[in-house]
Design a protein. Structure first.
Length: 335
């Protein structure tokens, strides 16, 4: 039989765990907006949340900048590293950035302002640096063509579980989602196959960290899709979209609960928009329900019913803790 102090300690831990959901619901908060401070970044056209460095976002200029990728601190908006890519040709129209499950950063030189006239486009890949400092890294270059001929595109997404690369074309008449080969080849041509129609003009996109959601954005609208078996199904509800001068980028935060929207221009602002209900990735919804932070609202805000429900759950758990405590104490006395 355990001594009484042990029993009291166990009951105390149970009581703390009972109160945790209500406390979490009150203390949860979304990331803050930030403004990109670096004067060299005047056409931020892609955004990807770092996997190794919490609060850091990777971005790049659109065109006429060179083989550069920037790491920006989301707390201050300041650049903490500029990565120069070597081993590739001259970038033509860099439009997108994503991070794969292999720990590599994928950069999409996929834009075609001539309306889909380039015979081929490129993807560059390099390992995400473990230390954030200015550096030159050797990147792998992949040549890309599309099934059905050239396309203009601004959205490249790497699935966080399979590692497969997808590109969404930019067209308000014949938009589509294209899947790359299971494994990209640096020596041959990688033909991307059309897997779904997209009924919007896409300027960027991103997979959720758990791979169960895909978000695509345009200048004036955003759409979210449930991702299952390599195919998207559009959700009825849409995520919020901030009013921006030229909305060019989007990424999920690492916890999957917030979308970060970026725009072009000097001193451009990155704006967070919280998610809720069916827009939440499956893993995020499960975690929020566990912590008492879940909301059915698409903007993720807790209603009074949500808060009251969380308090009831916490109270029932607390009562259960007391029952365990007094039951153990009774056994202790009998012993």
């Amino acid at each position: 039989m355990r001594p009484l102090p042990f029993v009291l300690g166990a009951a105390a831990l149970l009581a703390v765990s009972a109160a945790a959901p209500a406390a979490a619901a009150d203390s949860s908060s979304s990331p803050s907006p930030f403004t990109i401070q670096d004067p060299r970044i005047t056409e931020s056209s892609g955004l990807a949340a770092s996997r190794l460095h919490p609060g850091v976002y990777w971005t790049h200029n659109d065109s006429s900048d060179g083989p550069y990728v920037y790491a920006v601190d989301g707390r201050t908006g300041k650049t903490v590293a500029r990565i120069t890519l070597r081993g590739i040709g001259d970038p033509r129209d860099v439009e997108a950035i994503s991070i794969g499950p292999d720990g590599n950063v994928y950069v999409g030189d996929i834009g075609d302002n001539l309306g889909g006239q380039w015979d081929h486009v490129w993807i560059y890949r390099f390992p995400e640096p473990k230390r954030l400092k200015d550096a030159t890294v050797t990147a792998t270059q992949f040549t890309v063509k599309y099934q059905g001929g050239p396309r203009n595109a601004e959205a490249l997404m790497v699935h966080p579980k399979t590692g497969r690369v997808y590109i969404a074309s930019k067209s308000d008449e014949d938009g589509g989602l294209y899947a790359g080969p299971t494994t990209l080849s640096p020596s041959g041509v990688n033909v991307f196959q059309r897997v779904s129609d997209i009924d919007m003009e896409v300027t960027d996109g991103a997979f959720s960290p758990d791979g169960t959601r895909l978000v695509l954005r345009g200048y004036f609208s955003a759409a979210e899709y449930r991702w299952r078996n390599g195919k998207p199904t559009r959700l009825e509800k849409e995520p919020g979209l901030p009013l921006q001068r030229q909305g060019e980028s989007v990424t999920f935060t690492p916890d999957g609960g917030t979308l970060m929207y970026g725009t072009e221009g000097a001193g451009s602002k990155v704006t967070p928009v919280d998610l809720g209900g069916e827009l939440l990735p499956d893993a995020t919804a499960k975690e929020q329900k566990k912590n008492g932070e879940y909301s059915d609202r698409v903007d993720g805000k807790l209603t009074d019913d949500d808060k009251n429900g969380n308090l009831v759950k916490a109270g029932l758990t607390f009562v259960g803790a007391l029952v365990v405590f007094f039951g153990l104490r009774k056994l202790f006395r009998r012993g």
